[in-house]
Write a protein that binds this ligand. Structure first.
Ligand SMILES: [Zn+2]
Length: 219
């Protein structure tokens, strides 16, 4: 009849959520003679003009070979460019290019029409768990690249709980989000958000813990 100790009876899991497909800007293609989606080619172009540099990320029309050069910076003095950015551009660094290709806010400077893709990959790592059973589940969300997916959609798909069930659990005080904005459940996932779920009362909750850790895969 002891008071449950939250710290030692919490199963803590880190979920790293990464989008799979970069957003596609829709732009006028001079070859197709209409507005088409453009896809990141994974290549950059760097052009020197004296001590000033121009850099672009190259996109290709999804229908033809037409290209669009997305400006990264233009006529910038070498000493105003971060050395790691310059290094990434000179070496076509795939990690850096991936980061820029998912920068949807940056793309909005070039077009209002941007196609975003919801699918993402979730990698799970158990950070802490109690050996004599856990009464509480804590999921820490790491979001290295911006994602448009709503928090409830992610949790529903990954934990096997309907969105209505999440709302009911929240109302019953058995589920809550920490470090998120107001009404975080209906908003896009944010880096550093924490999901706290009460695992007591048996039932399907064992499945939820197994899904959270990846022992059981969602259909
Ligand atoms: Zn085209």
């Amino acid at each position: 009849m002891e008071e449950p100790d939250d710290m030692s009876h919490t199963l803590t899991v880190l979920w790293t959520i990464e989008p799979q497909t970069p957003p596609r800007p829709w732009l006028a293609c001079s070859r197709c003679r209409r507005t088409r989606p453009f896809e990141c080619s994974g290549k950059t172009r760097l052009n020197a003009n004296g001590r000033r540099l121009d850099a672009w990320l190259i996109y290709r029309c999804a229908d033809c070979d037409g290209t669009w050069n997305r400006p990264i910076f233009e006529r910038r003095s070498v000493c105003d460019i971060a050395p790691e950015t310059l290094d990434a551009l000179q070496n076509n660094d795939s990690g850096w290019i991936r980061q820029v290709s998912f920068d949807v806010e940056g793309l909005r400077r070039n077009t209002d029409t941007i196609e975003e893709f919801a699918e993402c990959r979730v990698t799970r790592r158990v950070l802490a768990q109690s050996l004599d059973g856990c009464t509480q589940l804590e999921i820490v969300l790491a979001v290295p690249l911006p994602i448009g997916m709503r928090t409830d959609r992610l949790l529903s798909a990954e934990l096997g709980l309907s969105r209505n069930r999440l709302v009911r659990l929240e109302e019953a005080g058995r589920f809550r989000l920490q470090s998120g904005p107001r009404k975080a459940l209906q908003r896009p996932i944010r880096d550093g958000m924490r999901v706290i779920l009460d695992l007591a009362n048996g039932g399907k909750q064992g499945d939820v813990a197994d899904r959270a850790t990846g022992r059981l895969h969602s259909a």
